[in-house]
Design a binder for this molecule. Structure first.
Ligand code: SF4
Ligand code: SF4
Length: 125
């Protein structure tokens, strides 16, 4: 599975500080892989492929909070349950039907988010 925020979000902000991977952003906010993770520099990512962790990415939504799919592990590696789902007062964080991931894939993503890209992907060209 993967997790997404729907348009039913009321922008309360309760989920953002609960995310252990810093995968949740306010609508309109730009994001990076490096925000709140061990990633920096360039290298490969299990679901995103070749990335520059420090590069600024476009917001996933301009209107409501959003989850960056490539940073969300469904809390695998940190907690037994998705923390954002636990705190959302309007239950607007369902499974993302276009991003179904196995627990193994989510664990690989978690491990990559903990390590620097330079260390795990070898020296830069
Ligand atoms: Fe963050 Fe966990 Fe929610 Fe994914 S499921 S966005 S990792 S709090
Ligand atoms: Fe939106 Fe729910 Fe997050 Fe509040 S907790 S910002 S309603 S997704």
């Amino acid at each position: 599975m993967a997790i997404m925020i729907t348009d039913a979000c009321i922008n309360c902000g309760a989920c953002e500080p609960e995310c252990p991977n810093n995968a949740i952003y306010e609508g309109g906010a730009e994001w990076t892989f490096a925000d709140g993770t061990g990633l920096k520099g360039t290298g490969n990512h299990p679901s995103a492929g070749a990335i520059n962790a420090d590069a600024t990415q476009e917001p996933g939504s301009m209107d409501v909070y959003y989850i960056t799919t490539d940073k969300c592990t469904e809390c695998v590696g940190h907690f037994d349950e998705p923390q954002c789902v636990q705190v959302c007062p309007v239950a607007c964080i369902p499974v993302h039907p276009q991003h179904i991931e196995s627990r193994e894939t989510l664990m690989q993503k978690y491990l990559r988010l903990q390590a620097t890209l330079e260390t795990s992907a070898g020296p830069k060209p």
